[in-house]
Design a protein around this ligand. Structure first.
Ligand code: PAP
Length: 323
């Protein structure tokens, strides 16, 4: 039986409990990755342990802003943009920490960066907090708060391709040894990191219906097409709107350039760095191609039919365009 979020457990108890959860080993990565199911979503052991710890201990502050996403939907980009927006008066473009710091280090993750979050809270330092938690699994103090929530989403087909390569790289497997069909199959059966994908989107979308003023939905593909108006929406929503003068001086354009895939992916820290500690993944794995429609190189006609049907069945109710 799955644990409920009201039980309080020590870190050792959490570790032991996670081992008892329903689990699924991903055969397409030669059984090198195992997912555990907790409160309806799947995750990797380390992330789940962190998530459960956070559920028990995190206390949201009224001014907190959360950057929420399903993995591989634009989290790194959103973190960089939010960080550049909130630090624009502190650093000029040539000195922004994003030039030398991995974006995931600039904005902490709720499930893993406990010390950084505590430090920011202690110093009353306004920094958004990112998370991949599905909405219903968020710590109670967030659910009960009026904190603002930014949710970035991306079309499911490109998410699957991005996810496939990310897990394949973590498992250190070359493409020929990791069949894409296996990742597709797991994903479309809901067995994916923080999946099912559709439940993730539905959870945030449903919550937004009763309190729309708390939510900003950003679509990855729209941000690529029209970064300026989306960056302005983001800045306004998180309480750091641009002035007319800033806009005329090109501040928004500079932020877009600083956070662009072309710029970030070519920085030394993102090419050769590795995030130590919690997970220890190479930074370059977060910067692959950033192309819309890369899925066309991977999907058979049968897969397209299957996934379009799935999107219609599960997500058409949201009105969020995901194909
Ligand atoms: P995460 O949830 O594990 O942090 P996330 O950042 O959401 O990952 O997704 C990574 C994707 O965003 C990659 O897509 P791809 O595999 O299709 O290439 C990555 O290339 C893309 N990405 C990273 N940085 C940027 C950016 N600055 N602008 C646009 N896309 C980006």
């Amino acid at each position: 039986m799955e644990a409920t979020k009201t039980q309080f457990m020590s870190t050792n108890e959490i570790k032991e409990m996670v081992k008892t959860l329903p689990q699924q080993t991903c055969s397409w990565v030669k059984d090198k990755i195992t997912m555990y199911k907790y409160q309806g979503f799947w995750s990797l052991q380390k992330f789940l342990e962190g998530a459960i710890f956070t559920q028990q201990s995190f206390k949201a502050q009224p001014s907190d802003v959360f950057l929420c996403s399903y993995p591989k939907s634009g989290t790194t980009w959103l973190k960089a943009l939010a960080f550049a927006i909130i630090t624009r008066k502190k650093f000029d473009e040539s000195a922004n920490p994003l030039l030398t710091t991995f974006p995931h280090k600039c904005i902490p993750f709720l499930e893993s960066d406990f010390e950084q979050i505590e430090e920011n809270q202690k110093n009353s330092c306004f920094t958004p907090i990112a998370t991949h938690f599905p909405y219903p699994a968020l710590p109670e103090s967030i659910l009960a708060s009026n904190c603002k929530i930014v949710y970035i989403y991306r079309n499911m087909k490109d998410v699957i391709v991005s996810y496939y390569h990310f897990l394949r790289e973590i498992a250190k497997l070359p493409i020929q040894d990791a069949p894409f069909e296996g990742a597709f199959d797991d994903f479309t059966h809901g067995i994916s990191w923080y999946g099912p994908y559709w439940d993730h989107i539905l959870g945030y979308w449903k919550a937004s219906l009763s309190r729309p003023e708390r939510f900003l939905f950003l679509k990855y593909e729209d941000m690529k097409k029209d970064p300026k108006s989306n960056v302005k929406r983001l800045a306004e929503f998180i309480g750091r709107p641009f002035t007319i003068e800033e806009e005329n001086e090109g501040v928004i354009d500079n932020i877009i350039k600083l956070c662009s895939f072309e710029n970030l992916s070519n920085l030394e820290v993102n090419k050769s760095g590795r995030s130590e500690g919690f997970v220890g993944i190479e930074n370059r794995l977060y910067f692959r191609k950033a192309k819309d429609g890369d899925w066309e190189n991977y999907f058979s006609d049968e897969m397209i039919e299957k996934i379009d049907k799935l999107i219609d069945e599960k997500l058409s109710v949201t009105g969020l365009v995901l194909k």
